[in-house]
Design a protein around this ligand. Structure first.
Ligand SMILES: [Zn+2]
Length: 185
C-alpha cells in the first residue's frame, strides 16, 4: 500500500498525474497544479467532459484509472503474511513470512529476537494453522477421524473455515484438545 502512494514512475499517483498531464497537453491548457490524490482525482472529475470528448484521451485516462484500480484492489485483497511465534522458551519474538512474489511464502532463518529457526518445524507449525478437511487434520494429529468427529459433535473442535459445504478445521486446535485429553486421562 505504501508503494501505491509513491509519486515516482512506479507509484499509482504517478499513473493518474500522467493522465492529467496528457489532458493538459492535448487540450493545450496550462499544466494543472495537482500532486495529491484529492487534487488529481478532483481535477480529472472536474474535466471529465473535456477528456471524454476526445477518443484518444478518453482511452488513455481510462487505462491509467484502470491500472490504479487494479493495483489498489490487489493490495486490498492481499492476505496478511503468516506470522508464527518463536519456539524458543520465554521468547516473545515472531517469525513473519515474506511474500515470494509467486503466491508462496519465504520464511526468515531468525525470529525477531535473533534466535535461529528450524524452518521445517516452522512450516509444520504454520501448516497446522491452515484450515483442512477433518480427515487430514485427524492424520496430522494422529487420531482417528471418528475421534475428531466426536470432538466436533461435543463442540470442542469448531470449524475454522468452509470449502463449499465441507467444514475445515485447524490441526493446531485439534492438537490442543488432544493434549488436554491426555492430561485429564
Ligand atoms: Zn526467538
Amino acid at each position: 500500500m505504501i508503494d501505491a502512494l509513491r509519486l515516482d514512475e512506479h507509484g499509482q499517483l504517478f499513473a493518474l498525474s500522467q493522465a492529467v498531464r496528457a489532458v493538459c497537453e492535448e487540450t493545450k491548457t496550462a499544466q494543472a497544479e495537482c500532486d495529491t490524490w484529492t487534487g488529481v482525482c478532483g481535477w480529472l472529475i472536474s474535466q471529465a467532459d473535456v477528456w471524454r470528448a476526445d477518443p484518444w484521451l478518453a482511452e488513455f485516462v481510462a487505462g491509467q484509472v484502470w491500472d490504479v484500480w487494479r493495483a489498489l484492489t490487489r493490495a486490498a485483497r492481499e492476505p496478511d503474511s503468516p506470522s508464527i511465534p518463536c519456539a524458543v522458551e520465554g521468547c516473545h519474538g515472531r517469525i513473519t513470512a515474506l511474500d515470494d512474489g509467486t503466491g508462496g511464502w519465504l520464511w526468515p532463518d531468525v525470529c525477531t529476537d535473533g534466535h535461529r529457526v528450524d524452518r521445517a518445524e516452522l512450516v509444520r507449525r504454520w501448516k497446522a494453522t491452515q484450515p483442512a478437511p477433518l480427515a487430514d487434520v485427524a492424520q496430522t494429529v494422529g487420531r482417528s477421524p471418528r475421534t475428531l468427529a466426536r470432538w466436533v459433535a461435543a463442540g470442542w473442535l469448531k470449524a475454522a473455515a468452509q470449502d463449499g459445504r465441507t467444514p475445515l478445521y485447524r490441526a493446531d486446535e485439534a492438537q490442543r484438545i488432544a493434549a488436554l485429553m491426555e492430561r485429564t486421562a
